[in-house]
Design a binder for this molecule. Structure first.
Ligand SMILES: [Zn+2]
Length: 311
């Protein structure tokens, strides 16, 4: 069984693209409570806030068997990337690697290169950056397509499948990373607990995830880009709910900041256009006079990067 995104996107009249038979009701993934309210009922009826712990999450969400089928080649290259997946992940390779290199520089202010596990390693671009900087790298990836790309292009060791089904060695890694992964997990607490077991003492878990409590998210409300991906994004963390997540998984917060990405001009104008058509038009016009491969670092201050330690 393979989900054909196109079929659903064409049939759908609103942002959540899958019909009810693909969905299931859940309790809060963080505190297990069954009481919640809809956050933006008019725009996103399936995005809810837990009354007990304030986690914002998607409910009902895609059934597990369908979620696992989401990450096909089409996910990494499609024409509907503001709803699901990427327009062309491979084509954006240069910017993705530049972004990861910048993140590694920050990580290396906390610890020197050692043994790294990248969970949700996709096509291996982060592992590639890390290897170049002296890290010994290993990855976990649920997408068979992305994992085989990483194996073929770089020859990396990749555990293919759900991280909770993989027998990770205990007390082994100096660093475990998860870039834009936590929000895709059905059971984030268990995955972070598994990461904790696999980390060495004083090892670091570093992950990035959209910050639903950030100023841009609060100002733009239902228009915030973070909500556009609410079929694949199952949870929306804030600093408060991330603290609870780490506490439940038994890790200590070291620090957190907001991180950006290197992007090319066309992606930047697309995203700006979601908020302000005039500004977008100006940048769009600029595309004709600026070099085509021009890229720059954009930090919208709505993606948080969390550093947590195993004590
Ligand atoms: Zn809750």
């Amino acid at each position: 069984m393979e989900i054909k995104l196109k079929n659903h996107i064409q049939k759908s009249s609103h942002r959540n693209i899958f019909p009810p038979k693909y969905l299931e009701n859940i309790s809060c993934p963080l505190c297990n409570s069954k009481t919640y309210t809809q956050k933006y009922p008019e725009y996103y009826p399936r995005i809810v806030t837990c009354i007990k712990c304030e986690l914002i999450f998607t409910n009902p969400r895609l059934k597990n068997k369908y979620l696992k089928e989401l990450y096909t080649e089409e996910y990494f290259k499609n024409d509907h990337s503001s709803i699901l997946g990427y327009s062309s992940y491979l084509q954006d390779r240069k910017n993705i690697i530049k972004t990861f290199d910048k993140r590694l520089k920050t990580i290396e202010t906390f610890l020197s290169p050692g043994k790294l596990l990248d969970i949700g390693c996709a096509t291996g671009f982060f592992m590639h950056s890390a290897k170049m900087r002296g890290w010994e790298v290993e990855g976990v990836e649920i997408s068979k397509y992305a994992a085989s790309y990483a194996k073929e292009a770089f020859g990396f060791k990749i555990h293919v499948g759900d991280v909770l089904q993989i027998d990770l060695p205990a007390n082994t890694y100096d660093l475990i990373t998860m870039w834009d992964v936590v929000e895709h997990l059905t059971n984030p607490i268990e995955v972070i607990q598994a990461s904790k077991r696999a980390l060495k003492k004083n090892g670091l878990l570093v992950f990035s995830t959209p910050n639903v409590g950030s100023i841009p998210a609060k100002l733009t409300k239902h228009k915030w880009i973070g909500y556009k991906l609410s079929d694949e994004h199952l949870t929306y963390f804030s600093k408060k709910t991330v603290a609870l997540l780490l506490e439940k998984a038994g890790l200590s917060l070291v620090s957190s900041n907001h991180v950006g990405k290197y992007v090319n001009l066309s992606l930047f104008t697309d995203r700006i256009g979601l908020y302000n058509k005039t500004v977008s038009a100006i940048f769009n016009a600029a595309q004709f006079v600026l070099p085509k491969d021009l890229s720059f670092y954009v930090n919208p201050f709505d993606i948080m990067c969390v550093y947590a330690k195993k004590k």
